[in-house]
Design a binder for this molecule. Structure first.
Ligand SMILES: Cc1cc2nc3c(=O)[nH]c(=O)nc-3n(C[C@H](O)[C@H](O)[C@H](O)COP(=O)(O)OP(=O)(O)OC[C@H]3O[C@@H](n4cnc5c(N)ncnc54)[C@H](O)[C@@H]3O)c2cc1C
Length: 218
């Protein structure tokens, strides 16, 4: 949610903290970085900072993944960025796929980090739509030949996904390496790996930025 980078004092407001899981003793008095919120962004930030050797602390008001991360469908489309010709987006998605399918399971001793390689079919209801999708596919393949992508007829699409209705489509584009990520599993994997590298996570701790820019946690 928010990563704050100054070295500030984490002041625990006595009297309130006993309602939380964290004890006053366990909350550190200082940290280089305080990350507020244990969703996909917060835990990813903690994970990547710990890898850089930065002393970071994550505070979560409720429990990890209790925010919007929990609702996320987590779709991973490798060529999504190509439609807007954003090759950095394609690189980010490649990095995420590698992270979730290989790196995190390795780092967590074999835990599933949420990757489901379902493949993706982009159905095209008109010739223009097919041309548009194919343009993206061809452009992507010229830059990223390792990303497999196919131009399918309606019958070929039915072979890939027999439950699909194909009598009203012009064609489809199929990306076998696409998939989805279970957001809760990903957050658990980020948290586990970050903790192994010394990252600290405190649940049931709400963060406040008071008027004088001191931090408070209750
Ligand atoms: C129905 C739905 C479907 C979605 N599908 C997709 C998708 O397919 N692909 C995709 O990329 N994105 C999708 N999203 C968007 C995605 O879920 C969010 O962009 C992402 O989860 C945001 O992560 P976050 O870590 O920033 O926030 P959150 O997951 O909301 O985490 C914020 C955390 O901060 C905590 N918090 C708040 N205030 C404080 C405080 N003062 N002190 C301590 N902790 C605090 C909250 O308790 C919460 O746990 C979807 C979202 C929804 C709702």
């Amino acid at each position: 949610m928010l990563a704050s980078t100054a070295r500030k004092t984490l002041r625990v407001t006595r009297g309130f903290v006993s309602r939380t899981k964290a004890t006053e003793a366990s909350l550190p008095s200082e940290a280089d970085v305080v990350i507020v919120g244990g969703g996909s962004i917060g835990t990813s930030t903690l994970y990547h900072l710990q890898k850089q050797g930065v002393n970071a602390v994550l505070l979560e008001a409720n429990e990890l993944t209790s925010g919007t991360t929990w609702h996320s469908a987590g779709l991973l489309w490798q060529l999504a960025g190509m439609a807007g010709q954003m090759d950095t987006d394609v690189e980010f998605v490649q990095y995420t796929k590698q992270l979730v399918s290989e790196t995190l399971p390795e780092e967590t001793g074999g835990d599933w980090a949420g990757w489901q390689n379902t493949g993706a079919i982009f159905a095209c209801s008109s010739r223009e739509r097919q041309i548009s999708h194919n343009r993206v596919r061809l452009l992507a393949q010229s830059m990223y030949p390792h990303i497999e992508a196919h131009d399918l007829s309606p019958d070929e699409a039915k072979e890939v996904h027999p439950l699909m209705r194909t009598d009203d489509i012009y064609g489809a584009v199929y990306i076998p390496g696409d998939g989805s990520i279970d957001p809760s599993a990903l957050v658990r994997a980020y948290a586990k790996s970050a903790k192994k590298n010394g990252g600290r996570i405190f649940e049931k701790v709400r963060f406040f930025l008071n008027f004088f820019f001191d931090f408070e946690c209750v």
